[in-house]
Design a binder for this molecule. Structure first.
Ligand code: GLN
Ligand code: ZN
Length: 759
């Protein structure tokens, strides 16, 4: 029979109950039992929703108090020995110590940093990285999963358990000595034990998450699949091999022939593979089709996907399942909490709960279409409305895009010529000093913004208070003797939200939270329509700042790719197209800043690297579009205007040609944590334009000494011509205190002066 399921469900709760319970627990306001109760209640609520939508299984094992990879670290008994846990410490205590580096019992002296955190594939979810050595041992350690299964069974549900497969689990970790794959023989028996336990408990299906099937794997990894799955096949339980986020591509045949009972594929990210897989996969295996987009918030075009599903159904009879493309962890929970969304836009959306309903309709439609005729008609009506809505389509924006020509993304002159003109204009010293944009967001600044937003502070007072924050930032920078100043970003809550709120085509939810890590959630804006800029967004604040100083004031904008990357993006045109629309809106702002006398403008693109597709074959296409969007934003200005960009990930040597092709006059990058190592890549590549390698880590309250920064600068000057070097911190300073900030910047300016004197 045709069945439906989900790969995973959001954990955080309608009112972010999990977040608040966790934070209370960490503050010792509730105890472990109370926290566990919140977890139980949330799991139950989510299973009820799944059951109400007629799913054939509820999914168990997707819940986690902090992170599901961390759950596996405990389940598989591989807590790193560096934590030196003692027998008195409960599993929950150890769990949060590994997650946060902080003991719930603060009397304990802590010497170990938390596990490292990194992005889960190409999502904005961060998992905790398992740590292995050649000696890592595994053993079945935690009862949590089995208790959750029991909880669901006691409530009468048919349970499908989700686990990360041993191969993907190893791949996600890092190893200090030896090879990760050499641990496999020790890991597989533990998985066999787990599967055996689940079998004994009466569980029939285990969803075996194998997201690395969507990556370019080396041959040792590829060869590890067959023996691993042969060993697991000895346990009498059905495995659903589960891939998502990316095409199977060269792993397609491998995935189809492993000895498992079924295969889940992401039909949203790789629709072109569906037919081949439907034909290749043996018909006695289940094919789970991830047909509903688990990574986005749009209502599915049910009438468009039905024919695809029917064709497969005709081929494979009953052996198909329907599901969202990936876990719904990456979607907000429910539209029911949204009272302020535009009524029309709201009808176009489906969050996790609404996606369950879509599954329900699809399932009905495939067995007896008449029963859901009206739902299908309603879906068609809404999608028709969306396609033709004047809220979505703004002809002037679409025309402007088509009229872009080959010169739109090019500065008037080449870099060398621009550099000479800008030198003559700004007359900066060698090793010019600057910062990345934000200054400390004090509680006063936050309170002022919150009061204004809540309507408790009038506009005149708000502007006055923001201006005094700006004036303060400029006073400090002047005293420190920085060369290129910034206004400090006091008026900005978030570097994407600030612009999204002022651009047309964006909507904001009240409660559209998505887990980023642990108790941290983000509320991405929704880009639903053509994007354009109705009026200047930063010109007033920036010119006010410039009026207070003779030094150049650097205008501060967020780039098109970062805005795109940190939003839910419309699915009715290509992402590249949407990026270009945002680029034009930013270009308008850049040009207006220039007209207002701002000579240096920074366009931040911290997210350009994280947008890289998982498959290398798709990189070029992405990078071509992304860099063009940036250049379109940056190229409307005269040669004498200096464009900066900023990026802050410690890894981009592999995309240096693309970074160079941005043709920013100056790039500031995070480098201090890699001890300038990163710069050698730029040097080897002969990076042509100017660079500001960050000389200190802004993530830490520590104040770096002059010597430290001087050493880093010397290292930098050994590989990059001094005439091309800038001096700046790694990133913005909004999370630091003023005290730390001025102390660190004072040392930074001294280091720059010492460098100048040494030449
Ligand atoms: N201009 C921003 C700031 O200083 C840049 C933030 C970022 O790179 N993430 O806060
Ligand atoms: Zn940064």
């Amino acid at each position: 029979m045709l069945q439906t399921h989900v790969l995973g469900f959001p954990r955080i709760g309608l009112q972010r109950e999990l977040k608040f319970a966790l934070e209370k627990y960490w503050r010792h306001e509730i105890d472990a039992d109370a926290l566990e109760l919140v977890g139980q209640r949330l799991r139950t609520q989510h299973w009820v929703l799944q059951q109400q939508a007629g799913l054939d299984y509820v999914t168990v094992g997707d819940f986690a108090f902090y992170d599901h990879v961390l759950n596996h670290i405990q389940l598989l008994g591989c807590e790193p020995t560096r934590f030196n846990f003692t027998p008195e410490q409960t599993a929950l205590n150890r769990y949060f110590i590994m997650a946060r580096g902080v003991a719930a019992d603060t009397t304990q002296a802590l010497t170990q940093p938390a596990l490292e955190m990194t992005k889960w594939f190409d999502t904005n979810y961060h998992y905790l990285v398992p740590e292995f050595t050649a000696d890592t041992q595994f053993s079945l350690q935690s009862e949590q999963l089995f208790q959750e299964v029991q909880q669901a069974q006691q409530q009468g549900y048919a349970v499908k358990v989700v686990l990360i497969s041993p191969l993907s689990f190893l791949w996600l970790g890092k190893i200090t000595t030896g090879e990760k794959l050499s641990l496999l023989p020790r890991l597989i028996p533990v998985y066999q034990q787990i599967l055996q336990r689940l079998h004994t408990m009466g569980v029939q299906w285990v969803q075996f998450d194998e997201p690395i099937l969507g990556l370019d794997l080396t041959s040792p990894w590829k060869s590890a699949f067959q023996p691993t799955y042969d060993a697991l096949a000895t346990i009498p339980i059905n495995l659903l091999l589960t891939s998502y986020f990316s095409p199977l591509a060269d792993n397609l045949n491998l995935a189809c022939q492993l000895p498992v009972a079924g295969l889940h594929i992401d039909a949203v990210r790789a629709p072109e593979e569906v037919q081949t897989i439907a034909q290749t996969l043996a018909t006695d295996k289940v094919l789970s089709i991830g047909i509903i987009d688990g990574r986005n918030i749009w209502r599915t075009d049910l009438n468009a996907v039905l024919p695809v599903l029917k064709a497969i159904q005709a081929q494979r009879q009953a052996s198909i399942w329907l599901a969202p493309s990936c876990s719904l962890l990456h979607c907000p929970l429910s539209l029911s909490q949204e009272q302020r969304l535009d009524a029309e836009v709201r009808t176009w959306l489906a969050f996790a709960t609404e996606k369950l309903e879509e599954l329900h309709v699809l399932k009905q439609a495939l067995s007896d279409e008449k029963t859901v005729e009206s739902a299908l008609q309603e879906n068609a009506r809404i999608l028709h409305q969306r396609r033709n809505s004047t809220r979505v389509h703004v002809p002037a924006v679409e025309e402007r895009l088509t009229s872009l020509d080959a010169s739109s993304d090019k500065r008037h002159a080449r870099f060398n010529e621009r550099q000479a003109k800008q030198r003559a204009r700004f007359n900066l010293p060698l090793f010019p000093t600057t910062t990345i944009g934000s200054f400390p967001q004090t509680s006063e600044i936050r309170a002022t913004r919150a009061a204004f937003k809540a309507g408790k502070l009038d506009q005149v007072s708000y502007i006055q208070q923001m201006q005094s924050a700006i004036a303060h930032a400029i006073e400090q920078q002047t005293q420190l003797g920085l060369d290129v100043l910034v206004h400090g970003e006091a008026e900005r809550n978030d570097m994407v939200e600030y612009f999204g709120e002022q651009l047309e085509g964006f909507a904001f939810t009240q409660n559209g939270w998505v887990q980023s890590y642990g108790s941290r959630c983000v509320k991405p804006p929704i880009i639903y329509g053509d994007v354009w800029r109705a009026r200047p967004m930063t010109v007033e604040w920036t010119t006010f700042a410039q009026s207070l100083t003779e030094k150049p004031m650097k205008g501060m904008l967020t780039g098109p790719i970062t805005i795109l990357q940190w939003s839910f993006v419309r699915d009715d045109q290509s992402r590249a197209q949407t990026a270009l629309q945002i680029a034009l809106a930013i270009r308008d702002e850049v040009v207006d800043l220039e007209h207002a006398g701002i000579g240096i403008i920074q366009i931040d693109e911290p997210a350009i690297r994280e947008g890289l597709p998982l498959r290398k074959a798709q990189w070029e296409n992405y990078l071509t579009g992304a860099t063009r969007a940036f250049r379109i934003a940056a190229s409307g200005v005269a040669n004498t205007t200096q464009i900066h960009t900023h990026m802050c990930y410690a890894e981009f040597n592999d995309i240096l040609p693309a970074i160079a092709s941005l043709d920013a006059d100056v790039i500031t990058i995070e480098t201090s944590r890699s001890q300038m190592e990163l710069l050698t890549g730029f040097a080897d590549f002969n990076y042509p334009n100017e660079i500001g390698p960050g000389v200190y880590d802004i993530h830490s309250p520590r104040v770096p000494s002059v010597e430290e920064m001087l050493n880093l600068l010397k290292k930098a000057a050994a590989v990059i011509p001094a005439s091309h070097l800038w001096v700046n911190p790694d990133c913005g300073l909004k999370t630091r205190t003023w005290h730390e900030t001025t102390a660190a910047l004072r040392n930074m300016v001294t280091a720059a002066q010492t460098m100048r004197a040494s030449l």
